[in-house]
Design a protein around this ligand. Structure first.
Ligand SMILES: [Zn+2]
Length: 173
């Protein structure tokens, strides 16, 4: 039991590290320059009223501070399935905190931990504990093979997402 977990309420933003075998396998990557991704992003932005859905920040795109369309993936450790469940609009800071493994790799770990603490209303030490736990989960998940799935809801709305399942992904290092 992690006694440092400060609150019973769900956190606004939880760091989740993408298991190594799934690196690079994303809707954003597959559909980047295609109409379907533009539609997905536009729909998500509209639903979010043009603000970050975690911290409500409204950026000025003119100053190179855009909003990202974040993919919410749910991992089932028993079935070994990774299911694309939703899209959520993130500002740059919240996106960096959500993808904290990458932020640390690129030397932006401290700022990402600060954002994680800020949006969740927790202390820096507690945010670090969250990252530690996410990293342990990541290690276990990275040793497994995963099957990609798309939630029924998303598939109904965007049938092209099925290509995520059938895609031939290039081998990552
Ligand atoms: Zn934000």
């Amino acid at each position: 039991v992690d006694t440092r977990q400060p609150k019973a309420v769900p956190l606004k933003l939880e760091p989740q590290l993408v298991p190594r075998p799934l690196w690079g396998k994303s809707a954003a990557k597959l559909f980047k320059y295609r109409a379907v991704w533009k539609k997905i992003r536009r729909d998500a932005l509209q639903k979010a009223n043009g603000a970050c859905e975690v911290c409500r920040h409204v950026p000025n795109e003119l100053y190179g501070d855009p909003l990202n369309c974040h993919e919410v993936w749910k991992y089932d450790d028993r079935l070994r399935t990774a299911t694309l469940n939703a899209f959520r609009i993130h500002c740059v800071k919240c996106d960096s905190a959500a993808h904290i493994g990458m932020a640390i790799t690129y030397g932006a770990g401290e700022a990402a931990i600060a954002q994680l603490a800020k949006v969740n209303g927790i202390h820096t030490e507690d945010a670090k504990a969250l990252v530690g736990r996410a990293t342990s989960i990541w290690r276990v998940r990275s040793k497994k093979e995963w099957t990609l799935r798309i939630s029924k809801n998303l598939l109904t709305r965007y049938p092209k997402l099925a290509e995520l399942i059938s895609a031939k992904w290039p081998e990552e290092d």
